[in-house]
Design a binder for this molecule. Structure first.
Ligand SMILES: Cc1cc2nc3c(=O)[nH]c(=O)nc-3n(C[C@H](O)[C@H](O)[C@H](O)COP(=O)(O)OP(=O)(O)OC[C@H]3O[C@@H](n4cnc5c(N)ncnc54)[C@H](O)[C@@H]3O)c2cc1C
Length: 388
């Protein structure tokens, strides 16, 4: 196989966003190549691991609105590939009843007519056993929420892309991007030319964007992915219909804490802090800060009496954060045929199918299906100017 070539589109980075972008491009009959620096599958970016939460419960209507179509696209992929990727568990949202954040979650669910149940202090433990609802906290359940089988989803979408004629080259790092009407992408193994390029490089986004003279205000943090042992096996199991959850603000942290029922490691429930410490993506494990684990230990001891309050397993993953925690979905400000999907801020997996669709539309010069103003690069530039 030749390591040079002409394509309609080169997609850089085979995480969830690049894989879905490549799949959508191939569906639109674009000759597409997907380049990945590591051997696939790998655990060094942001898309690995068995599970992710999918939900419509958000503070902002635009996310709830995008999720409407996104659920359909996930189901479509399941049907196409004959694989199960989603399991409904419901999502319990807890938070200080009078806080703005909790109220926004609740009103977004109501406004968007998402099937939901509001729990009261009296009936909470009947519905959600083995969890202590903090004094002053409210609780609602987004019924349609659940978990996505992440690793399986990635494998599936990459497989579908290849079935459509798409080419994946892994262990091939992009080392240079030369903008122009035809973009030249150099890698450790070859040179590719294409009418458009999609950059979906996760924590490495700014390294690649440097070749195009652009830097985004992205912060990469390491997340300790913690699994907690059930005292009585099965108490928090997905098979017992235990839900996923988000605590919007707790005694221990102003950042969210979230969890998923025991599933991938029987007897272990995943509970994580939605924030980590800054890291270099090439030296992730040099970051050894455990303050997030301390926060989680205090939280688990206070609210999950059925779990041992120290993690049995700790894995790691990275978030790429934007200042406002909204994604970047846009064309390069100088080179319209370079499309960027970045800054998924620890909540982008569930949006993979819709992000792929939008990045494909941008790359084809089509009008995107959604209002992209929350995701445009100029929002950062506007902020910088007004701050001066
Ligand atoms: C612990 C954790 C829990 C999460 N939970 C949820 C959740 O419950 N729900 C949810 O919706 N989201 C969740 N997320 C967020 C979600 O997983 C991420 O937003 C998403 O995976 C980001 O995907 P990506 O494709 O942008 O990045 P990545 O998966 O990092 O992919 C980028 C790819 O680009 C490749 N690359 C980089 N540079 C180059 C180069 N020079 N040449 C070639 N290839 C290159 C990388 O190797 C990598 O494979 C979670 C994330 C973490 C870490």
């Amino acid at each position: 196989m030749s390591t040079t070539g002409e394509y309609d589109c080169v997609v850089i980075g085979a995480g969830v966003q690049g894989s879905f972008a490549a799949y959508q491009l191939a569906k639109s009959n674009q000759r597409t190549i997907l380049l990945e620096q590591f051997v696939l599958p790998h655990t060094r970016g942001s898309s690995h691991g068995q599970t992710r939460i999918i939900r419509k419960a958000y503070e902002q209507d635009f996310y709830a609105h995008m999720m409407e179509e996104c659920y359909e696209l996930w189901a479509q992929l399941e049907r196409e590939a004959g694989v199960k990727l989603y399991r409904q568990t419901g999502l319990l949202v807890m938070g200080p009843e009078n806080s703005q954040k909790y109220q926004q979650f609740k009103s977004t669910l109501q406004r968007n007519k998402v099937p939901m149940v509001t729990l009261t202090r009296d009936n909470f433990s009947q519905h959600i056993p083995h969890v202590n609802l903090a004094e002053g906290d409210g609780a609602v359940v987004d019924i349609t929420a659940g978990i996505l089988y992440a690793d399986r989803a990635l494998k599936t979408v990459q497989g579908q892309f290849q079935k459509l004629g798409g080419i994946i080259r892994d262990k091939e790092k992009v080392t240079d991007i030369e903008p122009g009407p035809v973009v030249t992408v150099s890698t450790t193994a070859g040179v590719y030319r294409a009418k458009s390029v999609v950059i979906t490089a996760g924590p490495w986004a700014n390294r690649l964007l440097a070749h195009t003279g652009l830097q985004l205000p992205l912060e990469v943090v390491r997340i300790n992915v913690c699994y907690w042992k059930e005292k009585v096996p099965g108490s928090y199991d997905v098979k017992q219909r235990f839900p996923s959850f988000i605590l919007t603000e707790g005694e221990e942290s102003k950042d969210d804490i979230y969890g998923l029922p025991s599933n991938e490691y029987p007897g272990l429930m995943k509970i994580c802090h939605h924030m980590g410490s800054e890291t270099d993506p090439d030296q992730r494990d040099k970051q050894t800060d455990r303050s997030d684990i301390d926060i989680l230990q205090r939280y688990v001891a206070r609210c999950f009496p059925g779990l041992l309050p120290e993690p049995a397993v700790v894995e790691s993953c990275m978030y790429t954060l934007t200042p406002d925690r909204h994604f970047v979905l846009d064309c390069h400000p100088t080179y319209g045929n370079i499309v960027i999907g970045a800054g998924f801020s620890g909540h982008g997996f569930k949006f993979g199918p819709i992000v792929g669709k939008i990045l494909c539309e941008l790359s084809l010069g089509e009008v995107p299906s959604y209002d992209l103003s929350p995701f445009r690069i100029r929002r950062f530039q506007a902020k910088t100017k007004s701050a001066l």
